[in-house]
Design a binder for this molecule. Structure first.
Ligand code: MET
Length: 343
């Protein structure tokens, strides 16, 4: 990976086109944990082709905006987690269970009826498609074992911890396969560690460590307060974060823009590269490069610029496309300003 100072990156998802997915339907509900085929506009026989085409556009939009690290925009996914979670063995998604979402809302979820196993690689083809369509550094995202264990109904294991450990084995195999097939960075999305900090401390961290076990490629973990379009409130700070200092992950992705987070927390993560969320996704208005640069500069009191990636607070999935495009350009603009300043 040869990256400039202050590389720019999405947290993963990019705005899906209206012709691909019914965006009003998507935004009007909680992220699906089981399947939500009714969200897709193309007929089933055209869907894969349309998803590929939309992925090409998402890659190109990131390149055009000047992002240094490119994702597939998670364009083929109904939600960040259900694409992987519903591909596993041991879960019944046709006769779902129920679990509370982070807001306390009951949601249909995979019902665990047997041992969780990964029958085959889930995202490797998506990664190969991404690799074939950009020369830039690429990042793939996978849902974390703890988060998946919270988005399931356990009718099989003695406790949620046992389920989380088998989810971890599935994620570990997927990460190894993604790196082996050419992914530069693999990011584990663990938003529920923030939502359920006590359980995260009790067994979530052990599951995350197991998912990272023996992995030699670059890894990241993303922790947030939830998509701004769905979860509107932002607490004062993270309830779970310093715990990641001892975890063998290279990069930690946090949101700081919408929350105005006190960046003193970065002192606890001094060994990590910080994927610094400096794009507010609650407001479709596009920030200026100066505003994004100022938000980024706040981090330099607590870590060095060499350890910062300029990023969005969370995924851009729910943003209007034009707004997403503008915000990416603001990120590149901020990077250019800061690189000139730090030279
Ligand atoms: N990678 C995911 C995204 O970018 C992270 C979601 S966390 C709620 O949308």
């Amino acid at each position: 990976m040869s990256l400039p100072l202050l590389p720019t990156s999405l947290v993963g998802s990019y705005a899906q086109p209206e012709w691909l997915i019914d965006r009003a339907k998507l935004a009007g509900r909680f992220p699906p944990r089981v399947r939500a085929r009714e969200l897709w506009r193309p007929a089933p026989e055209h869907l894969a082709e349309a998803q590929d085409d939309a992925t090409r556009l998402a890659i190109r939009a990131q390149e055009d905006a000047g992002l240094d690290i490119v994702t597939d925009g998670e364009i083929r996914r109904e939600s960040y987690s259900n694409h992987f979670a519903t591909a596993l063995d041991g879960v019944d998604v046709d006769n779902p269970g129920t679990a509370l979402d982070r807001s306390g809302h009951p949601n249909p979820v995979p019902r665990i009826t047997g041992p969780i196993r990964r029958p085959h690689p889930v995202e490797v083809d998506d990664m190969r498609f991404l690799r074939a369509h950009t020369d830039r550094t690429i990042k793939m995202t996978v849902p974390g074992p703890f988060t998946m264990s919270q988005q399931a109904q356990n009718d099989h294991y003695p406790d949620a911890e046992a389920a989380a450990m088998d989810y971890a084995a599935a994620v570990n195999a997927e990460i190894r396969d993604l790196h082996a097939a050419g992914a530069d960075i693999v990011q584990i999305d663990e938003p529920y560690m923030q939502a359920r900090p006590d359980a995260a401390r009790a067994y979530g961290l052990a599951a995350l460590n197991a998912a990272l076990d023996g992995v030699t490629g670059t890894t990241a973990v993303h922790i947030c307060f939830g998509y701004a379009a769905i979860i509107h409130e932002r607490p004062e700070g993270y309830s779970f974060l310093p715990e990641l200092a001892g975890c063998p992950v290279d990069q930690v992705s946090i949101e700081t823009a919408q929350s105005g987070l006190d960046l003193g927390v970065l002192a606890d993560l001094s060994g990590k590269t910080i994927i610094l969320g400096v794009i507010d996704l609650s407001d479709p208005a596009v920030e200026t490069a100066e505003v994004v640069a100022a938000r980024t500069r706040r981090a330099f009191a607590h870590t060095t610029p060499e350890r910062v990636v300029i990023a969005t607070d969370c995924g851009m999935k729910y943003l209007p496309r034009a707004s997403a495009e503008g915000k990416m350009r603001a990120m590149s603009g901020a990077a250019a300003l800061l690189r000139a300043e730090l030279r």
